[in-house]
Design a protein around this ligand. Structure first.
Ligand code: SAM
Length: 264
């Protein structure tokens, strides 16, 4: 029996009001509940706490807001929202109500790990709580993790200690103001929309022949001419790979392009 069927049987609520999937961060479950009434939401949360003993808190997630990616969360049942999430052997302390953690980027994390060389220096321009920086630091020489949101930055620092990593330099700053020049073999731009605004700053931090992982969002019609046009801000570049990461709205995509950049 799947999640939806189990909850429907426990609560008597029709399946159409119950989401087919969910996100679990540590012991916190996040649900998108667009179709449930206020009373149904409370019932669904109680049923989850009853049926899934490892879940301590149930929240509704209504989206992620603004430049600093603050989640819009409503707690429906259980305890606190601070938790420790484990993925691929890395521990992430986080508060699910205050910082985002995109499960959709799981494949992206794995893909980066396969590409990065052990001697590389990486700049993670939008580090968050360390989604890319922490797993990469286990494989490469050095990671610079730049993060503007003070709450996410506090968890990033905590997570570096928690995972006993000594090769990450974390900076609480706007990545456009970082005092790094020509250091990165590989640079991650894990943020959208409007990522193209940050390309001149990426270029400054990159070594000659360095690789940029450019994330952004585009409509289906804009693929792949518009991103290639935007990337001209990097000067000479060669596209290594282009990929749709996930659908984020009807006919709109989160994409990533890997490009190698040359000064001359
Ligand atoms: C989309 S989140 C990171 C997502 C992450 N890569 C993942 O896999 O889930 C983007 C992060 O960039 C941070 N941020 C936004 N603008 C920034 C800036 N100008 N400089 C540094 N960090 C910034 C936000 O606070 C947020 O933590």
């Amino acid at each position: 029996m799947n999640f939806r069927q189990k909850i429907a049987r426990e609560t008597g609520i029709r399946e159409g009001s119950i989401p087919a999937s969910y996100q679990v961060l540590g012991d916190v479950m996040l649900l998108k509940l667009m179709k449930a009434s206020g009373e149904e939401k409370k019932k669904i949360a109680s049923a989850v706490l009853e049926l899934y003993p490892y879940i301590k808190t149930v929240c509704e997630i209504k989206g992620v807001e603004g430049e600093l990616r603050r989640p819009k969360i409503l707690k429906l049942g259980g305890n606190g929202t601070e938790t420790t999430h484990k993925e691929s052997g890395i521990l992430y302390n986080l508060d699910a109500a205050k910082v985002m953690f995109s499960k959709g980027n799981h494949f992206e994390r794995r893909r980066l790990l396969k590409q990065a060389g052990t001697n590389e220096v990486i700049v993670d321009m939008f580090a968050g709580i360390g989604y890319f920086s922490l797993p990469l630091a286990r494989h490469v020489r050095k990671v610079y993790s730049l993060e503007k949101n003070p709450v996410a930055f506090r968890y990033l620092k905590e997570n570096i200690k928690l995972n006993k990593l000594s090769n990450i330099e974390a900076v609480n700053a706007d990545c456009r103001e970082a005092a790094l020049e020509g250091v990165a073999d590989r640079l991650i731009m894990g943020y959208f929309p409007g990522t193209e605004r940050f390309l001149p700053f990426a270029l400054k931090m990159l070594k000659d022949g360095g690789i940029v992982h450019f994330h952004n969002s585009y409509s289906g019609d804009e693929l792949w001419n518009k991103p290639a046009e935007d990337l001209k801000a990097l000067g000479n570049f060669r596209v290594l790979e282009k990929k749709k990461v996930k659908s984020i709205a009807p006919r709109r995509w989160h994409i990533v392009m890997d490009v190698e950049v040359y000064r001359e």
